[in-house]
Write a protein that binds this ligand. Structure first.
Ligand SMILES: [Fe+2]
Ligand SMILES: [Fe+2]
Length: 304
């Protein structure tokens, strides 16, 4: 049986844009510990992003630099370079939240040390000899990134539309970080999958790495929520609970579990292509009004 997906999934028209990194900066001085007011559970569920993304997105960049020599298509190469620039900036922006959490009495170090180990050692280069084993491991990691990017695009699309967070009075600086990042995830949502198709595209590898990525994300996310709730200095006996997670989904301040479940067969469908989910126009509209992205544009050499 062939391991190749066939026919090649087609991207949606009008969903490709040239990618550029925006040199954003955020001032956390006015952001409260519970930046979703009165809802530490939702705050910390979303805060897990700040624990996972600095190391995770640094790892994307590390792997993609190794993938560049495999790319034989000029436009895909440009897209991958744009993707690298954007992910490096995302990683730095989320890293910038950690000192603010520490200043508020929530030291993330015990958890981020584990995340660093996961990405740098477990998913690192390993001491593999040049040749087939090294190539296999590189392709495996490219496929893993494509699966993870299915979820970053899902979350990006969700947060751009999560009006319940505004209605609940969520901190505007944190919302801008999440929506600027989310918009760029939607903007570049096809790149990782296109790179996977270019270097491999095999269905068994897609399904296997999806299972690994999904399992690892669920495991790390629930551990991160537990870590935050148990170490939040303002909570007595804080505990992460599935009930709060479902309640957040119902209120629209977290993604709905049903929507997360629906995203599984989407990625596993033979005709899957990321461009069919989310809206590049909506992402561009947010980036045009994001305070951080607008300030970055004004400060860039080509800006106003
Ligand atoms: Fe990102
Ligand atoms: Fe991304």
């Amino acid at each position: 049986m062939s391991n190749k997906a066939s026919p090649r999934p087609e991207p949606a028209a009008q969903e490709h844009v040239p990618l550029k990194a925006r040199n954003v900066a955020f001032d956390w001085a006015g952001t409260p510990l519970h930046w979703v007011p009165g809802d530490p559970s939702t705050t910390h569920t979303i805060n897990v992003l700040h624990l996972l993304l600095p190391a995770g997105e640094r790892w994307f960049v590390h792997v993609y630099k190794q993938a560049l020599p495999l790319i034989r298509d000029a436009r895909l190469r440009e897209d991958v370079l744009g993707f690298i620039g954007q992910e490096a900036m995302h990683s730095q922006a989320h890293d910038g939240v950690l000192p603010h959490l520490r200043a508020q009495g929530l030291d993330p170090e015990p958890y981020t040390a584990q995340v660093d180990w996961f990405f740098e050692k477990l998913l690192g280069d390993r001491t593999l000899p040049p040749g087939r084993a090294r190539q296999w491991w590189l392709r495996e990691r490219i496929a893993l990134i494509a699966a993870i990017e299915h979820y970053t695009a899902f979350l990006g699309d969700w947060v751009l539309n999560a009006e319940a967070l505004d209605a609940k009075g969520a901190d505007p600086v944190m919302l801008d970080l999440l929506r600027w990042h989310g918009a760029e995830e939607v903007e570049h949502r096809s790149v990782a999958y296109e790179l996977f198709l270019h270097v491999d595209g095999g269905y068994r590898r897609r399904a296997r790495t999806w299972a690994l990525a999904f399992g690892a994300l669920v495991f790390m996310w629930q551990r991160g929520m537990r870590f935050f709730m148990e170490n939040d200095p303002t909570l007595r006996d804080g505990k992460a609970s599935a009930k709060d997670f479902w309640r957040g989904g119902r209120e629209g301040v977290l993604p709905e579990p049903a929507a997360m479940l629906r995203s599984i067969p989407q990625y596993l469908s033979p005709s899957y292509h990321p461009s069919h989910y989310g809206s590049t126009a909506q992402a561009a509209a947010y980036l045009a009004r994001s305070p951080a992205a607008v300030a970055a544009e004004a400060g860039s050499p080509g800006g106003a």
